[in-house]
Design a protein around this ligand. Structure first.
Ligand code: PLP
Length: 367
């Protein structure tokens, strides 16, 4: 049965429900600094043209992306967020009952898109919370048409290395498409062995990137896919003709050049992740290392995680309980501004020990 995508709770809804004056949302891996200032100016300047249908080829944005990443414009397609592009990719390259292969514990959007298109989703267990590319290669069957890989992965925050990826790709038959989702690549780029998907030219590889995260444009819905021309040409047949919209495209073009904002975002993330990691460690919370702008926290049980999430919510802190991602004993938190992060950590300081204490007896009994 189809289930609607469940996003983090909207701020206004929580404020109304709980009568809270301060709410901090660290649930959707957004940029806490807001949109790129250059993107905001570009959107304002573009408003007077919104009565016009846009150029369906997205000429300006596609060419800017081609220039930035050293690709031909024919290798690029833009869409209404990468989620929409993932849906188009499944629509274009798979048929009912074809198999989409991926890892357990990965981005919830791929579950939703696969169900929506009535494809079969097969998931391979993770290895110590990491994508197990060896096991995924082993699991390829004659029905496999698409392999979805998120690098870094959401919600675990971990990445597979260049070496792992380069050993994996030759094991994938050429008629199986690898969809490499790099929503957090700019955060991960500081790790020397992180593979930049756009530097590869495999004939069965499509890489997607989004402007929703580090560029601060989640609400505008703009993302892009890069791959060989013959695959991108197929996507043009299924994509809606006027996406992304005019303001989203103008915002994206400006944001791609906003190096000052990117640097500020990366520094803010680094500083606040460090503070979060230290506090979680001192509280004894089990946490995974991260290469993105969020941390996955492991709690002793599903009930503990649900309670931890709820108690934080009751105090105005919105986190993401990962039951929908298939990891019911985990909660994800992204870094905020300095102030938001302090607010969150002050709440967690109170809530975490209280929740652990509440479940202490039942946890001891169950061991
Ligand atoms: C791994 C991953 N891919 C894709 C998306 C969706 O991005 P977009 O806003 O471009 O649809 C997200 C957002 O959470 C994500 O974490």
């Amino acid at each position: 049965m189809l289930k609607p995508y469940k996003a983090g709770k909207p701020i206004e809804e929580l404020a109304r429900e709980k009568n809270l004056d301060r709410i901090v949302k660290l649930a959707s891996n957004e940029n806490p600094l807001g949109p790129s200032p250059l993107a905001m100016e570009a959107m304002k300047a573009a408003v007077p043209q919104v009565h016009r249908y846009i150029d369906p080829s997205n000429y300006k944005l596609v060419n800017r992306l081609a220039e930035k990443y050293g690709k031909r414009p024919e290798q690029i397609i833009c869409g209404h967020g990468t989620d929409a592009l993932h849906g188009d990719i499944l629509g274009a390259f798979t048929q009912t009952a074809d198999e989409v292969l991926t890892s357990e514990g990965t981005f919830i959007g791929v579950y939703v898109n696969t169900r929506k298109h009535t494809r079969t989703l097969r998931m391979v267990p993770m290895n110590n919370w990491r994508y197990d590319l060896e096991a995924i290669a082993e699991a390829i069957s004659p029905d496999t048409r698409v392999i979805y890989l998120a690098n870094p992965n959401n919600p675990t925050g971990l990445y597979f290395t260049r070496d792992e990826f380069e050993k994996f790709m030759p094991r994938v038959p050429k008629d199986v498409l690898v969809l490499l989702d790099e929503a957090y690549d700019t955060y991960a780029a500081e790790f020397d062995d992180y593979p930049d998907g756009l530097t590869y030219d495999f004939e069965n590889l499509i890489v997607t990137r989004t402007l929703s995260k580090i560029y601060g444009l989640g609400g505008m819905r703009v993302g892009f896919a890069v791959g060989p021309e013959y695959l991108i040409a197929e996507l043009h047949k299924v994509r809606l003709p006027f996406e992304p919209n005019h303001l989203a495209q103008e915002a994206a073009i400006a944001a791609l050049d906003d190096d000052v904002f990117l640097k500020l975002t990366i520094d803010t993330n680094r500083r606040n992740l460090k503070k979060m990691r230290q506090r979680f460690e001192s509280l004894g919370i089990e946490q995974l290392p991260t290469s993105a702008n969020f941390i996955m926290l492991l709690l002793p049980s599903e009930q503990c995680a649900a309670d931890f999430f709820q108690e934080c919510l009751n105090r105005g802190l919105i986190l993401r309980h990962l039951s929908g991602f298939g990891i019911p004993n985990a909660v994800r938190i992204n870094s905020g501004t300095d102030e938001e992060t302090d607010f969150a950590l002050d709440i967690i300081d109170i809530v975490y020990p209280a929740v652990i204490d509440k479940y202490k007896n039942s946890l001891v009994k169950s061991h």
